[in-house]
Design a protein around this ligand. Structure first.
Ligand code: NAP
Length: 433
């Protein structure tokens, strides 16, 4: 299958996971996937900005050895040039999946631990699973990490500058591992009959033509996610971790997520619960402590809009996190500037990515906003422990937005703004590093 093979940068070194955490050399090898559609526009701009920030921060002492790996359309072009769409469709589904996500791409990310990617197309009716989902499953990237912070972009709320939250959304269970049976199918009827006779369930309101869904939420899955959130809060100097759940209705899944979260919290000397702050500490958070509290999802949803500054790190189950992270991103200006990452904090594997899609109608036009991928790179730099470079990029993009020389999506919403291309916006960011 390998036609050309991957080129491993000779002067780079792999990142290792050790008992003490990530061990990052001064020139780590970082695989990157260009991405489909507008990936061709935004990925080179991200690389240019990140390289410039690292150079500025470390004056040649550190740099990234970028390693190009292939997925999506580019994998077809590289490994199977000229293969027609019909020929691709004729390949059995499992093998077809590998045409778009070659084994050696997944292997490279497994080996080098930290990667960054542009958006990838999920062909509708193309018979392959989402490549993003495949990567998450192959590497067991259990935490979807979505920081949401206002960087001066036009926003629909009155005080977007109060938003500075980091969401930890469970990425492997709940509805992502949901089991469903179609209404009217023999299997659904069998499950319903079993629930009523064996399990003595009396509350199925309309048992005929009724779809059934099961969502698993485990102790192991919940604890590793909440641990990731608390550890992040400690590392990042944050003051609060909020468990968001729907435990008032789903006691043994969502409610258990909350309970396991609190149990884990007790094992941290840095944690104090909101209840303890009131009952033991007279309403004052003891110095140096991080408050652990919980909110029911619907209540949290309105509070994050009305009083976002009351929240900092949020740990939540899969479906809650799905809605909340996009809504929170909208609160500060939309997905065009929303970074994301999928991380396994135990193995160290992490894939940083733009949260928007491939926007195919703009592909190759040097038009779209590279901000989401660049801010994802900021998170990657933080993950590597290269804080100075991360801060430099964040400053660059914030000042570039403030200068109002921005891409079309922001230009159309900002009074007195000047339209610049995707690559020019990158040049603007570099100017302000
Ligand atoms: P999309 O690619 O995110 O595009 C939807 C709209 O969002 C665009 O038309 C554009 O809006 C805006 N937009 C997206 N990227 C932008 C950027 N960088 N700068 C400024 N505006 C941007 O969503 P889609 O059209 O639903 O999905 C297209 C493909 O992407 C699908 O194959 C989908 O499966 C895939 N996808 C991939 C990922 C991923 O790889 N993580 C995520 C989502 C979707 P305006 O035209 O209004 O300006």
């Amino acid at each position: 299958m390998t036609k050309q093979g991957l080129v491993v940068p000779k002067d780079g070194q792999p990142i290792h996971m050790t008992a003490k955490g990530l061990e990052v050399p001064d020139r780590p090898i970082i695989p990157y996937i260009r991405g489909d559609g507008t990936g061709v526009d935004i990925t080179p701009v991200m690389v240019k900005v990140v390289d410039a920030a690292i150079e500025k921060a470390y004056k040649g002492r550190k740099s990234i050895a970028w390693m190009k790996v292939y997925a999506g359309d580019e994998a077809i072009q590289e490994y199977h040039p000229g293969m027609s769409e019909d020929a691709i469709k004729a390949v059995p589904p499992e093998e077809r999946q590998k045409l778009y996500l070659p084994d050696e791409t997944a292997e490279a990310i497994k080996t080098y631990l930290v990667a960054i990617k542009g958006p990838l197309t999920t062909p509708v009716g193309g018979g392959i699973r989402s490549l993003n989902v495949s990567l998450r499953q192959i590497l067991d990237l259990y935490a979807c990490v979505r920081p949401v912070k206002h960087i001066g972009t036009p926003a629909p709320v009155r005080e977007p500058e109060k938003v500075d939250m980091v969401f930890f959304r469970e990425n492997t269970e709940d509805v992502y591992a949901g089991i469903e049976w179609k209404a009217g199918s023999p299997d659904a009827d069998k499950v319903i009959a079993w629930l009523r006779t064996e399990m003595k369930v009396k509350s199925i309101r309309f048992p005929t033509m009724c779809g059934i869904g099961v969502k698993p939420i485990s102790q192991e899955g919940s604890v590793r996610l909440v641990k990731a959130a608390i550890d992040y809060a400690i590392r990042d100097g944050r003051k609060k971790v909020t468990l968001v759940h729907k435990g008032n209705i789903m006691k043994f899944t969502e409610g258990a997520f909350r309970d396991w979260g609190y149990e884990l919290g007790k094992t941290y000397p840095q944690i104090v619960t909101e209840e303890e702050v009131t009952t033991v500490h007279g309403g004052k958070v003891p110095a140096g402590k991080i408050v652990l509290n919980d909110r029911i999802a619907d209540q949290f949803f309105q509070q994050m809009l009305l009083r976002p500054d009351e929240y900092s790190v949020v740990a939540t189950t899969n479906l809650n996190g799905d809605y909340m992270t996009d809504a929170a991103a909208a609160q500060v200006g939309g997905l065009g500037v929303a970074p994301g990452a999928n991380i396994n904090y135990s193995s160290g594997h992490a894939v940083f990515e733009a949260t928007h899609g491939t926007a195919p109608k703009y592909a190759g036009q040097d038009k779209v906003n590279p901000g989401s991928l660049i801010l994802s790179a900021v998170e990657m730099l933080k993950y590597l422990g290269w804080r100075e470079a991360a801060d430099s990029v964040l400053q660059g993009i914030t000042k570039a937005v403030a200068s109002k020389r921005v891409t079309y999506d922001l230009e159309r919403m900002m009074d007195g703004a000047t339209l610049v291309s995707c690559s020019q916006f990158g040049t603007e960011i570099v100017k302000y590093l």
